[in-house]
Ligand binder design. Structure first.
Ligand code: AMP
Length: 117
């Protein structure tokens, strides 16, 4: 399947749609989710054009994978979530419920998620 350059995160990366930015580096951009599912809900999207996590791991270098993993940690640090903790979710493929076909990690925190899947 081909990458769809019309998806909403591609538009955010091109500056065509605004976002509430939390963190940015050479490989990733992080911003608040418009429909938060926890008190703090932030998305970390890759600057590389990948459809999902499987596409990313299959078509990127070890350095790119490490950079994206680090961007997730840096975003959590920027949100002061390191000490209280947080959850990272990476939806991939049809059964995951992934809506936006551009690689992204959800960071969920700001409250206890212990009794929520
Ligand atoms: P997923 O189901 O993993 O594809 O998650 C996509 C997420 O993107 C959902 O949680 C949406 O609420 C969020 N979302 C969609 N459009 C925007 C937008 N323009 N700005 C911020 N978050 C968005």
């Amino acid at each position: 399947m081909k990458y769809d350059a019309d998806n909403v995160f591609a538009k955010i990366l091109r500056g065509e749609i605004p976002c509430r930015k939390v963190y940015e580096d050479d490989c990733a951009l992080s911003f608040y989710d418009i429909h938060p599912k926890a008190k703090v809900h932030v998305l970390v999207i890759s600057k590389g054009l990948f459809r999902d996590y499987a596409d990313f791991i299959g078509h990127s270098t070890d350095d790119e994978i490490a950079d994206f993993a680090r961007a997730i940690i840096r975003t959590a640090e920027a949100l002061n979530l390191t000490a209280p903790g947080y959850r990272v979710v990476l939806n991939t493929g049809r059964n995951s419920g992934q809506e936006v076909p551009h690689l992204h990690a959800h960071i969920l925190g700001g409250e206890s998620l212990a009794n929520r899947l």
